[in-house]
Write a protein that binds this ligand. Structure first.
Ligand code: NAD
Ligand code: ZN
Ligand code: ZN
Length: 236
């Protein structure tokens, strides 16, 4: 495997320094870009970046204090990727904090409401209780797993199969679940869905997470895209 990039390497990989500072505010600290960043210079990688340095993202061209972006990076999963706080463009490969588990895929002949012309793909996610790692809200404490194995459904047509392939990428990148507080039950330190909606009812729709839902496949494709999981991931 390649040597790990340091936090300042990651900043310099995706941002170029702009001189002089543009006459704008930094979207992270809200101070003028012409004033130096207040971010703690004692923290990891901060010695390599002067407090007055302003960076511009290579693709979206948004500008902010390089030290403020370093602070945001150091507070995250430090996976070598950056996300522009202005427009959410992802640089590199975003990964999440999903605990270890299994994703299983099955095929069933019965159709989903609204997709009568095809069978159904069934996805089963299995995650077991464990201890939180450094990437989780309370490292060293246990996390619980409610409602596992969780069973989800997609229509077995071209678009459904494409969503399945992208969900496999999202699973590998640890983006499907996270550890946090359940908004449904209020329970903390538990495994919860993470911004990519799944349909957990096949025939009924008691929870509102069932079929029919004519917009579901498009909605989940855009949720996957905002995590950096797009068609491009399937070409590699
Ligand atoms: P949460 O309540 O923190 O919500 C996170 C996201 O998941 C939200 O976007 C929410 O809209 C969505 N969500 C909530 N309930 C869902 C459901 N039933 N199916 C699909 N998406 C749902 O997330 P959470 O704590 O992970 O899940 C909510 C509750 O649903 C939990 O109590 C869990 O036990 C239960 N659940 C049970 C099963 C099951 O198969 N028995 C499957 C999924 C969820
Ligand atoms: Zn700033
Ligand atoms: Zn941007």
């Amino acid at each position: 495997t390649a040597p790990a990039l340091t936090p300042e390497d990651v900043i310099h990989r995706y941002m170029e320094e702009v001189v002089p500072a543009p006459d704008e505010d930094c979207i992270i600290c809200m101070d003028r870009l012409s004033c130096p960043s207040d971010y703690d210079v004692a923290s990891e990688g901060a010695q390599a970046i002067p407090p007055g340095a302003v960076g511009r993202f290579t693709t979206c061209e948004h500008t902010l204090h390089m030290l403020c972006m370093l602070a945001m990076y150091n507070n995250g999963t430090k996976d070598g990727s950056l996300q522009c706080p202005s427009c959410k463009t992802i640089y590199g490969e975003k990964t999440g904090t999903q605990p270890k588990g299994k994703m299983e895929i099955y095929s069933i002949s019965q159709s989903l409401p609204g997709h009568q012309d095809c069978g159904t793909i069934q996805i089963i996610y299995c995650i077991s209780p464990g201890i939180q790692g450094p990437e989780h809200p309370n490292p060293g404490q246990p996390y619980t797993c409610r409602g596992f194995p969780r069973v989800c459904f997609l229509p077995d047509n071209d678009k459904g199969r494409k969503v399945l392939e992208l969900l496999k990428v999202a699973w590998t990148r640890r983006l499907i679940f996270t550890v946090g507080t359940s908004s449904t039950t209020g329970e903390p330190n538990t495994v919860v869905w993470n911004e990519i909606h799944h349909k957990t009812e096949m025939i009924s729709n008691v929870s509102g997470h069932g079929y029919p839902d004519p917009n579901y496949l498009d909605n989940v494709l855009s949720e996957l895209a905002s995590q950096g999981v797009t068609d491009d991931c399937l070409l590699k």
